[in-house]
Design a protein around this ligand. Structure first.
Ligand code: GDP
Length: 365
């Protein structure tokens, strides 16, 4: 499963947020294959469509899809040179698919800040520079190896050399690899390099309890927004402390509490949704009398692959996918009526699954 890593300097609220994630945690029984790792927190992906489908179908059980966050502790200035947990930190980051960078935007005299003052842009630059330096090392090593072959006009080496040189130039200007435009062909080479700065990044501005309802009044948040906009990155505003408090409440209590605070959606829910879409993930549903369930897939995959997410047998023996879009199904009012109205399509092996598809797979055993 794809995972988003939570990173940030010390004392910015990472552990508080990660506690909220593990406490809110998904019901483990539903996800027997999930990673058992204390640094991984599994959350259910909030999706209102699942409630609606449950109303329509009235199944015995409803199962949301889940998403994993990985807690990556230990970044400090100099990590790329092995300071602190440097190398370990970088290898953990290498294993995640997206980065959620927690940035401190709350001012609290009682909580020390590593560099002595609360300056989110400074903090972001410290972390991003460590990632850039680590990538620069990777790229330089690779360049040394490829350069000789490229000079001998080895075709593959020439292509890789061009890519590496482009990345090197960007990194030296302190720009992340993800900001560079590559052709599809080059993109494949970039992927093979496993660079830290090619992972998609999301900024999580952690504000104080009294600011979360109206974060625009916080000028630190404004600065983070400007910085992120420049990079084309998204910013989520949360109050980690509140998230930790509400993570143990049931849905109804949680909604009441949020309403009191003047917040329409919990920060964690916003974070889950944003991470999900940052990774290019989407949801399809299966809806039977036994179970209504949401399944995560990567946008762009075809029906057999989507079936394989449920079970490898479904993919191997795939015949077709009886598919109705969520909106058509809700409009029709029931599966039977959707069928009568001709809204249920029989899709074959080349069908590209869409977000919100409600699918019944037909397969040979
Ligand atoms: P980490 O080092 O990044 O994991 O930071 P922690 O989660 O341990 O938080 C450091 C300190 O900041 C703790 O004392 C937290 O209670 C406090 N803290 C974290 N989030 C918030 C917040 O949203 N508001 C306030 N006032 N304090 C917070």
């Amino acid at each position: 499963a794809l995972t988003a890593g939570i990173v940030g300097l010390p004392n910015v609220g990472k552990s508080t947020l990660f506690n909220a994630i593990t406490q809110a945690g998904a019901e483990a029984a539903n996800y027997p294959f999930a990673t058992i790792d204390p640094n991984v927190g599994i959350v259910e992906v909030p999706d209102e469509r699942l409630n609606k489908l449950t109303e329509l179908v009235n199944p015995k059980k409803t199962v949301p899809t889940a998403f994993e966050f990985t807690d990556i502790a230990g970044i400090v200035k100099g990590a790329s040179k092995g300071e602190g947990l440097g190398n370990q930190f970088l290898s953990h980051i290498r294993q995640v698919d997206a980065i959620c960078q927690v940035v401190r935007c709350f001012v609290d005299e009682n909580i020390t800040h590593v560099s002595g003052k609360v300056d989110p842009i400074d903090d972001i630059e410290v972390i991003n520079l460590e990632l850039i330096l680590a990538d620069l090392e990777t790229v330089m090593k690779r360049l040394q190896r490829v350069e000789k072959l490229a000079k001998q006009k080895d075709k593959e080496a020439v292509a890789e050399f061009t890519v590496l040189d482009k990345i090197k130039t960007a990194l030296e200007e302190e720009k992340p690899a993800r900001a560079i435009d590559f052709t599809d062909e080059q993109q494949k080479i970039v992927k093979g390099l496993h660079l830290l700065t090619s992972k998609p990044m999301l900024y999580v501005a952690n504000v104080s309890e009294d600011e979360v309802a109206d974060p625009d009044g916080n000028e630190l948040v404004q600065k983070v927004r400007e910085y992120a906009a420049n990079e084309g990155a998204e910013v989520i505003v949360i109050c980690a402390k509140i998230e930790e408090e509400i993570s143990e409440l049931d849905q109804e209590e949680k909604e009441m509490y949020l309403e009191e605070l003047g917040i329409s959606e919990s920060g964690l829910d916003k974070l889950i949704k944003a991470s999900y879409s940052l990774l290019g993930l989407a949801t399809y549903f299966t809806a039977g009398e036994q179970e209504v369930r949401a399944w995560t897939f990567r946008k762009g995959i075809k029906a057999p692959q989507a079936a394989g997410i449920i079970h490898t047998d479904f993919e191997r023996g795939f015949i077709r996918a009886e598919t109705v879009s969520y909106n058509d199904l809700v409009e029709a009012g029931s599966m039977t009526q959707a069928r009568e109205k001709g809204k249920v399509r029989l899709e074959g092996k080349d069908y590209i699954v869409k977000d919100g598809d409600v699918i019944h797979f037909r397969f040979n055993v």
